[in-house]
Design a protein around this ligand. Sequence first.
Ligand code: HPA
Length: 231
Amino acid sequence: MPVHIKASPGEIAENTIAVGDPGRVDLLSGILEDARVVNTHRGLKTVTGFYKGKRVTIATHGIGAPSASIVFEELYQLGARRIVRVGTTGGIRRDTRIGDVVVATGAMYVQNGCGLGQYIPGLCGASSPDPVLTTRIMEALSKNGLNFKKGPVFSSDAFYAEDPSFAEKMSHYGVVAVEMEAAALFTLGWMRGFDTSCVLVVSDVLHGEEAMKKYLTTEELAEVFLKIGKT
Ligand code: HPA
């Protein structure tokens, strides 16, 4: 049994959704059948059940790459073979609007950031999601009438260090939005051998008039998360 997720191998499904907030595990596990809580240790609430007959685990990864990496590693040790992060993001590209859905096609991070400097000293991680899984997710989103934007995100280690000048710089580098865990997820996926993907909801934007002024409420976010979850 791993150190943080106190579950047995049989209790984690091959298909796993990982979210930062345990409240979102409660929200999404509401659409599962036969949902069973398999971990609450460290506040990393994890639930396994069935969606449309398929076994699925929904796990909390906490905030930031160090917490999330522990959870991704342990989910993999316990049998997860596909991990899709569903989370929030701050819009960087000027066309991103609050409430938009963004599919991450890659993740930038600062040199040695996201804990990855300790995993792969002196090198940059292969921080891209699995292309086949990501294409399938984008097709399913479109089929369910959910419009999305796609492109690389920036995985930050410092939520409160970001400001409009940071957004302008990142936008210049082609970054669509900022979040905190995708680079660690994608890189660990290639290192350990599990498939990854990341679907995000824009909860705030760092550009224009609304920069850092408005944040989607838990209820507003819940609506979009449920639509993504049902995909
Ligand atoms: N920065 C980093 N992570 C985030 C943000 C943000 O503005 N919004 C949601 N997740």
